[in-house]
Design a protein around this ligand. Sequence first.
Ligand code: SAM
Length: 217
Amino acid sequence: MLSIVCTPIGNLKDITLRAIETLQSVDMIACEDTRHTKILLDQYNIKTPTTSFFQHNRFTKADVLLKLMQEGKNVALVSDAGTPGILDPGYNLINLAITHAIPIVFIPGPTAFVHALVVSGKPAHQFYFQGFLPPRSQARRNRLEALKKLECTVIFYESCHRIVSTLEDLQVVCPDKEVVCARELTKKFEEVVRGTPAMLLAHFAQNRPRGEFVLLF
Ligand code: SAM
């Protein structure tokens, strides 16, 4: 069996009893970064062996994990944070397991974009999740031009390195939109800032942008 286990997006207490039980009882935990996941496992005294399953070994390692499951072993899949399969290589293993009729079970938990959507106060009955925008400015602006036409809340992930450039692009593409920037959710410096792109740029000129971000408009 493959158990897809959601883990915290920051606060290590945001884990379910089922997640802990599953991580304790499986034969192997496939992690994006074993060192990162070890912090969580140590917190809950979980001694299960781990193996790395990340972007660059996702095809070869998925085959190894599939073989283990076909031999009757139980594997848990976790990502560095949040829900496996949401913008991480988890998708490849989940898809492979389904193709080979391996039973899968999902242990629900946090996802950064759902948290951000709810606390944003924006309409949550219809939304579009973009994931990451293209890294190059022109492609990003083109994508934002298309996204601003959608009649629903638009959500995307952003890193601290690109947040200012993305806000500058938003200022060009949709200067009047109210943008919500949800940063470091569930962590010590959690912050939700609302305003036009210009207001958010002014905020981050005063406060260096650090950590992980979800943007919504
Ligand atoms: N699997 C994760 C999930 O369920 O949300 C997403 C993984 S994706 C590779 C990482 C991105 O998620 C970060 O760059 C950031 O945009 C967003 N993210 C993850 N944790 C976050 C947090 N605590 N606060 C804000 N954004 C977060």
